[in-house]
Design a protein around this ligand. Structure first.
Ligand SMILES: O=P(O)(O)OC[C@H]1O[C@H](O[C@H]2O[C@H](CO)[C@@H](O)[C@H](O)[C@H]2O)[C@H](O)[C@@H](O)[C@@H]1O
Length: 256
């Protein structure tokens, strides 16, 4: 494993390290059906081992926290914190804290099905605190996404919700937080001395920016695919590469 300055800080002082990961595309391979996404088979073991070696482990996801816990078998990972809905929700030791739903979601649920009805293959994912519209299963996924963009922006303006773009998805979610805010708050809470964050999508860029600006030695890890390219300190080959990297970090800490 090639070590960067940030990685060296994590290996030298693992008790002060926060290791953060996104879920879809980073721990779980991207699949056509959002409900079929599951963590890479070696993910829970790699996370559990790392959790015993570093200060804190956190998953920060656009999913509801409970969904990530279920699809990731994350309840098996001692000490893990899951921040769902881009930091709105927190799951820890089996306890979930979640804010009341944003009032604009009532309008979204009422209007969205009619708005997207003319675009074949579009799928609505109601996540409770947010609603996502997916085009991965449309005949022309990118064209369908482009067609939806204006409609979703108008609905966001009408309801006071924010538009969160991702891989062939547009999400209407409460404004006011993002993965960067969530990660920075978590670093402060844990009095972190170093940080690594792994992500694969547009929503993870805020967390990468948090790693770069938080003042701690840090590492950004991009879970690469043919779908998107984002600059990072380390680029690995999808969730298998992320899990392998987490395993090698565990090995390197254990061997010191
Ligand atoms: O923050 P994340 O954990 O990366 O969640 C982001 C979105 O992930 C899911 O959608 C993505 O993964 C699906 C399953 O592989 C895929 O079908 C879809 O095209 C991707 O955009 C999830 O369904 C969304 O709710 C999350 O916001």
């Amino acid at each position: 494993m090639k070590t960067t300055e940030g990685l060296e800080a994590i290996l030298a002082d693992p008790a002060g390290a926060v290791i953060g990961c996104d879920f879809d595309g980073t721990l779980a391979p991207i699949v056509p059906d959002p409900e079929a996404a599951r963590i890479h088979p070696d993910g829970p073991k790699a996370l559990a081992r790392l959790g015993e070696l570093v200060g804190s482990l956190v998953v920060i996801t656009g999913r509801p926290a409970a969904t990530a816990v279920e699809y990731g078998s994350l309840a098996e990972v001692p000490g893990l914190v899951v921040l769902g809905h881009y930091g709105l929700e927190r799951w820890e030791a089996g306890e979930l804290s979640t804010p009341p739903p944003h009032p604009g979601l009532v309008t979204v649920r009422a209007e969205l099905p009619t708005l997207v009805a003319g675009i074949a293959g579009v799928r609505i994912e109601d996540k409770g605190r947010a609603v996502a519209v997916h085009t991965r299963q449309a005949a022309s996924p990118q064209a369908a996404l482009n067609e939806l963009a204006g409609l979703i922006a108008e609905l966001a303006a009408e309801t006071g919700l924010a538009v969160e773009p991702g891989k062939l998805v547009l999400e209407l979610r409460p404004p006011g937080t993002d993965k960067g805010v969530a990660l920075k708050d978590f670093l402060t809470e844990r009095a972190a001395r170093s940080v690594l964050f792994a992500g694969d999508d547009l929503g993870d860029i805020a967390a990468f920016e948090a790693v770069r600006t938080c003042g701690l030695p840090g590492v950004t890890v991009f879970s690469g695919s043919a779908e998107l390219s984002v600059e990072a300190d380390i680029v690995v080959d999808g969730p298998a590469g992320v899990v392998e990297l987490l395993g090698s970090i565990g090995d390197a800490i254990a061997s010191r």
